[in-house]
Design a protein around this ligand. Structure first.
Ligand SMILES: [Zn+2]
Length: 763
């Protein structure tokens, strides 16, 4: 979208983030990223590959993302070091590309097998290999970006040879075999082939683009049927980008319907307030916004923005830019650590959780790859120029310079801190333009535009147009009245978020029970970190301005009245994009006082019900929680129970046992609360579950569990004697801790499984 003419203004919100993203790219070692490509060409790399996903079967995908990132960042900043790196990678690719055109991060073995037509396939496995088309698609896309955005001509030659290899290899596959192959995630192979057809007009690439269209997914979308529940989100989004490109090159309405319906279904019915989608990488039921530590995978949003861009190009409908703005400010900008440039994978919306970032050496997730690209793409959606139409879409401080038209427009603003935007025509030689200024959905009063002494106003969504012959020093002043507004979730009128203009505000909640480091190789390792309780807002005011106060305009910091219960707590709200390395909540529970008084216990979650009486909590089977409680075990096993979204731990054999160090309060009446899964009825299982519960080696009870098929968490309370508690001595930190142990009774018996162990205060 006219990005080659755009520069961000120095030290503006997005330029600062762009600079951090650029440094991240420069910090990476090109040779290490290239290592898998050497291996794919059966050569020994000069340096070893990186760790994490770059040492797994998917390896090589990162060099593709990196190429795209270099191309975009070079276009956006004109830093020659980026171009040198890009050119060096293309040269190396050239040397390593096989005579038949193959170029990938691993040997072509899985593809050779697939091309025979006889192969094993699963959603994430093809020929027993982890998503080979997904991985190699990133190399295709990187080459395409290096050619189209980075203007490297050799990249196109390599890309054509790589496409020829795919064409020749798959030529003898039947359509049925090809569709079977597409069961396994394949990235946007259809999109890159359609783009290559657009450039070369070679029909073979169009043929391949159409073949890479999975009818199982596309046909319902084309028919306007939402069949997305349970599907892996980011497997589908790139396919739809392929459909969008196929519409552009063929004009076939089928592809248009796919793109349009998919966008609407995902954005209107399956997205969160920040513009992201998915929970645990999958689409859930329509019109739900589940609170999850594994919400909103970041690369999904990278791809949804690309889809919005296609739809805008075709329709010029400002609603697509509204989405790009929402997702860019609240998800993309929020997903990069401003200090280190490290990227996040999921974007937790679980109240009180936090962001988890990947390391520069040992992560290389999908979202690290798209995360590398994101800052170089900030310039892509600000302006759009088509003949005499000049769209001002996003209000980012930037300039648009098109030398052949002697046009230089500077967009001066401190938005979203300020609501004033100036468009200054520093150069314009009697150029006729229809300047179309986006009227965003979030305005709380009509947009005001002043030009040549005239005032213009507009309401609602769309564009306010000023048509004139522009001269140097012409100036358009725009005021975007913005204020606080509430976002109500799709699935619960009491689950709300707060926004200021397009900016999602989140409460900063400090670092209680915070991990020692939140930049980790394995993004899942901190998903189980102990949580904190976020109070509920209780207010009878309809107007947010009655109880939320702006305390710092420069940082857009707000403070709520002390109306959150329990504790009459007041929240500090900040833009979600500015919150890093501390706990936060995006969604709040909000009630009127009468509703709150009548709030029965049943509306509280189990966690909330137990929160106040809980002194200490071990989430059994969850790594961090167990480590923090000095977990010890003999012949013990753990696993995940999807029915209740909790982990369990058991122990087997005559020596089977496990234990934790847990906090108690000696002078209080206390008990152990142990949580089991569906074990409160008659014994339907042939397995014996008989074991001892001990506190400081003193037997509390011998438990015999009975099993039912009830899909629920069952809590059992075991009182701890006051004598036992009286003998507990404080440790160095002044805390009183006991050893809670579970020991098996028989060789053929099992301890638990146990979902949680708490020490609680008894009434
Ligand atoms: Zn991802």
């Amino acid at each position: 979208m006219s990005s080659e003419f755009v520069r961000l203004e120095k030290d503006s919100l997005f330029e600062i983030s762009q600079a951090v993203g650029k440094q991240y790219l420069l910090d990476l070692d090109v040779e290490r990223l290239l290592a898998p490509i050497y291996e794919g060409a059966s050569q020994i790399p000069p340096k070893p590959s990186y760790g994490g996903w770059e040492s797994l079967e998917i390896k090589g995908h990162s060099i593709g993302h990196y190429l795209s990132a270099l191309a975009c960042m070079y276009e956006a900043t004109k830093d020659l070091e980026l171009k040198e790196r890009m050119d060096y990678i293309i040269e190396t690719f050239s040397l390593l590309q096989r005579a038949d055109g193959y170029l990938g991060g691993f040997l072509s073995t899985p593809f050779e097998q697939v091309f025979t037509g006889e192969f094993h396939v699963d959603h994430f496995s093809l020929s027993h290999y982890w998503v080979p088309w997904y991985s190699i698609h990133k190399i295709y896309a990187g080459l395409m970006d290096a050619y189209q955005i980075g203007k490297n001509v050799e990249a196109l030659n390599i890309l054509k040879k790589l496409a020829d290899w795919a064409y020749e290899g798959s030529r003898l596959m039947s359509d049925e075999q090809f569709q079977r192959m597409l069961i396994c995630e394949y990235g946007g192979m259809n999109e890159v082939m359609a783009e290559l057809y657009e450039i070369t007009q070679d029909e073979r690439y169009l043929y391949l683009a159409k073949r890479f269209t999975q009818h199982l997914i596309m046909d319902p979308l084309a028919a306007g049927v939402d069949d997305l529940q349970g599907r892996h989100a980011n497997t589908q989004i790139p396919k739809v980008l392929g459909a969008a490109k196929l519409y552009e090159v063929t004009g076939d309405d089928y592809y248009y319907r796919v793109a349009k319906f998919f966008f609407e279904t995902v954005v209107l019915h399956r997205s969160y307030v920040i513009g992201g989608n998915s929970s645990g990488e999958h689409f859930g039921p329509s019109d739900t916004e589940p609170l999850s530590r594994e919400a909103a995978e970041t690369c999904n949003t990278y791809n949804m923005i690309k889809l919005a861009k296609y739809l805008f190009k075709w329709t010029k409908d400002s609603k697509y830019i509204d989405f790009i703005e929402r997702a860019t400010y609240n998800h993309i900008l929020a997903s990069q650590d401003p200090h280190t440039g490290c990227k996040i994978y999921f974007t937790s919306n679980y109240p009180g959780h936090f962001k988890v970032y990947g390391t520069k050496e040992d992560s290389f997730w999908c979202c690290t790859g798209t995360g590398m690209e994101n800052p170089g793409r900030y310039t892509h959606h600000i302006f759009f120029k088509e003949d005499e139409d000049f769209y001002v879409n996003l209000f980012m401080a930037s300039s648009f310079v098109k030398e052949d038209e002697q046009l230089k427009v500077v967009l001066q603003t401190d938005f979203p801190i300020s609501n004033v935007v100036k468009l200054v025509f520093e150069e314009a030689n009697q150029l006729f333009l229809n300047v179309k200024i986006r009227v965003p959905y979030w305005l709380n009063a009509p947009i005001e535009v002043r030009f040549k002494g005239q005032s213009y106003e507009a309401n609602g969504q769309g564009y306010l147009m000023i048509s004139d012959t522009f001269h140097a020093d012409d100036e358009i002043e725009i005021v975007l009245p913005m204020g606080l507004h509430e976002y109500v979730s799709m699935d619960d009128p009491h689950k709300v978020a707060f926004m200021y203009g397009p900016v999602v505000l989140a409460a900063v909640l400090g670092c209680e029970h915070f991990p020692a480091c939140d930049i980790v190789p394995d993004h899942l390792s901190l998903m189980t970190q102990q949580t904190i309780r976020v109070p509920k807002i209780v207010t009878d005011y309809q107007d947010l301005n009655q109880w939320i106060e702006l305390v710092n305009q420069k940082t857009l910091t707000f403070k709520t009245a002390p109306n959150a219960k329990p504790g009459d707590v007041s929240f500090t709200l900040k833009p979600f994009y500015a919150i890093h390395h501390e706990r936060y909540t995006i969604y709040f529970s909000k009630y009127r006082s009468e509703e709150f008084l009548n709030l029965g216990d049943e509306t509280l979650s189990r966690d909330e019900l137990l929160f106040d009486q809980t002194v200490d909590l071990v989430k059994t089977g969850e790594q961090q929680s167990e480590i923090e409680h000095q977990f010890k075990s003999v012949e013990s096993y753990a696993g995940y129970l999807a029915d209740v979204n909790m982990w369990w731990r058991d122990a087997r054999g005559i020596d089977g046992s496990f234990s934790y160090e847990m906090e108690v309060i000696p002078n209080e009446k206390m008990a152990l609360l142990v949580s089991y899964f569906g074990l409160n009825g008659e014994n339907l299982e042939p397995v014996k579950r008989v074991f001892d519960l001990l506190v400081n080696d003193e037997l509390i009870q011998t438990e015999r569990l009975m099993a039912t098929k009830n899909v629920e968490v069952v809590d059992v309370v075991y009182p701890i004697s006051s004598d036992l508690l009286a003998n507990v001595k404080p440790n160095e930190d002044g805390k009183y801790k006991v050893t809670v142990s579970f020991r098996n009774r028989f060789e053929d018996s099992i301890v638990g499984g146990i979902l949680e162990v708490r020490t609680i205060l008894q009434a």
